[in-house]
Write a protein that binds this ligand. Structure first.
Ligand SMILES: *Cc1c(COP(=O)(O)O)cnc(C)c1O
Length: 367
C-alpha cells in the first residue's frame, strides 16, 4: 500500500479519509463490468444504499462527481421553460439552480442569508405566489456554511403543495438523519466522497415513482446522465457506460461497516463528533458561523478570528501540523474556515485539529 499521505489529518468536507480495509479493497483486480461478478457487486451495493437512505425505490449509481448527480436530478425531471423554485442558503444551493438555468429552466430564486437555514413558511409563500412552479430544488446540508436545512418540514410543505422535490443530500446522506421515502423526497442525490468513506467518483440518485412520472414528461436534453438508460441497465445488473469499478469495490467494503453500525448509530456518531467539535471551537474563544440549532453535523464553519488571515492560518496548520482544513467560498471567502467531521473520523482527529489551531492562533483567542 502507498503510505505517502498517511500523516495528513484531512479535515475538509470531502474527499474524506479512507478506512484501511477500504484502501485495501480499492486495489483489487479489474472484473468484467458486463459479467456476473459485477452484477452481484452492484446489487449488493444498491441494496445497502437503499437501507441506509431509507428508500425502497430505485437507487441508481452514476460514475461522476456529486455535481454530475445534481445535473442528472435536473435534466431528467424538468423541461426547458418550466418554473422551479431554487432555494439557496449558500454556494451549493446556487450551484443547483445554476444547473437548472443552464438547461433552460425558469428559476425563481429564494435566498436565505448564508449561515442561516431555509424557512418552510417562506417556501410555502413562494409556492403560493407562483402556482405554476413545477419543482423545488433544495440543499439538505449546505457544506459551504455548515448549515442543515429542516428538510422534513420543507418536504411536508413542498409535497403538501403537490410539487416535485429534488434534493442535494451530497454532504448529509449517510451521516445526518434522513428518511428519503418517509419524507416524500422525489429525487435525492449524494456523492461517494462525503460520509460514505470512499473516494470521489460515484453519485447515488434515488428516484420516487412520482419522480419517474415526471421523468416520462421531461424534455431537457440528456445523454450520459439519462436515467432511463441507467434504470434499464440496473435491471440487468449493469450500467449503461463503463463504471468506476474500483470505487464499487471500496463502497462494498465501506457499506459492510456502515450497515453493521446501522443508520441510527451512524447519525448518533455524527451528532456526537459535531457537538464535540463545536464545543472545542467555542472553548477556544472562536465563533461558529451557524446558529447551533441549525449547525451541521458533518461540517463546522468558523468565523474569521480578528486579525487572522485565513489563508495564512490554513497554511500554517498544514505545514506545521499536517492538519488540512477548508477555506470558505463565495461571499464568505477569507471570512471563515471549515472543519469537516464526516465519515471516517475519530475524536482524536478533532483533538489534533483543535490543538493545532490553538498553537497557531494569536494568544488572546487561544487562551
Ligand atoms: C461536495 C458537494 C457538492 C459537489 O460535489 P462534487 O463531488 O464536488 O461535484 C454538491 N453539493 C454539496 C452539498 C456538497 O457538499
Amino acid at each position: 500500500m502507498d503510505h505517502r499521505y498517511d500523516n495528513v489529518n484531512l479535515r475538509i468536507p470531502g474527499p474524506t479519509p479512507l478506512p484501511p480495509d477500504v484502501r485495501e479493497a480499492l486495489s483489487a483486480q479489474m472484473i468484467n463490468h458486463r459479467g456476473p461478478r459485477f452484477t452481484e457487486l452492484q446489487q449488493e451495493i444498491t441494496a445497502g444504499l437503499q437501507t441506509l437512505l431509507r428508500t425502497k425505490h430505485d437507487l441508481l449509481l452514476l460514475s461522476c462527481s456529486g455535481t454530475g448527480g445534481m445535473e442528472a436530478a435536473v435534466v431528467n425531471f424538468l423541461s426547458p421553460g418550466e418554473k422551479v423554485l431554487g432555494v439557496s442558503i449558500g454556494y451549493f444551493g446556487e450551484r443547483f439552480r445554476n444547473i437548472a438555468r443552464a438547461y433552460g429552466a425558469e428559476v425563481i430564486p429564494l435566498d436565505f442569508e448564508w449561515g442561516t437555514a431555509a424557512e418552510p413558511a417562506a417556501i410555502q409563500a413562494a409556492l403560493k405566489a407562483h402556482p405554476d412552479i413545477k419543482a423545488v430544488l433544495v440543499t439538505h446540508n449546505e457544506t459551504s456554511t455548515g448549515v442543515t436545512n429542516p428538510l422534513k418540514a420543507i418536504a411536508q410543505t413542498v409535497k403538501g403543495a403537490g410539487k416535485l422535490l429534488l434534493v442535494d443530500a451530497i454532504s448529509s446522506a449517510g451521516s445526518i438523519e434522513l428518511d428519503t421515502d418517509g419524507w416524500g423526497i422525489d429525487v435525492l442525490v449524494t456523492g461517494s466522497q462525503k460520509g460514505w468513506m470512499v473516494p470521489p467518483g460515484l453519485a447515488f440518485v434515488a428516484v420516487s415513482p412520482e419522480g419517474w412520472a415526471a421523468h416520462a414528461q421531461a424534455k431537457m436534453p440528456r445523454f450520459y446522465f439519462d436515467l432511463s438508460k441507467a434504470k434499464a441497465s440496473a435491471e440487468k445488473g449493469q450500467t449503461p457506460w463503463t463504471p468506476a469499478v474500483s470505487i464499487y469495490y471500496g463502497l462494498q467494503t465501506a457499506l459492510k461497516t456502515l450497515l453493521a453500525e446501522g443508520i441510527d448509530g451512524i447519525v448518533a456518531r455524527h451528532q456526537k463528533i459535531a457537538d464535540y467539535t463545536r464545543a472545542g471551537v467555542k472553548a477556544m474563544g472562536l465563533q461558529l458561523l451557524a446558529d447551533e440549532r441549525v449547525a451541521s453535523n458533518t461540517v463546522t464553519a468558523v468565523r474569521q478570528p480578528d486579525g487572522v488571515e485565513i489563508g495564512a492560518l490554513l497554511k500554517r496548520l498544514r505545514e506545521n501540523h499536517g492538519v488540512v482544513l477548508a477555506g470558505a467560498q463565495g461571499p464568505l471567502a477569507g471570512k471563515a474556515f471549515r472543519i469537516g467531521h464526516l465519515g471516517f473520523v475519530k475524536a482524536a482527529d478533532i483533538d489534533q485539529t483543535l490543538a493545532a489551531l490553538k498553537a497557531e492562533l494569536p494568544q488572546q483567542i487561544a487562551a
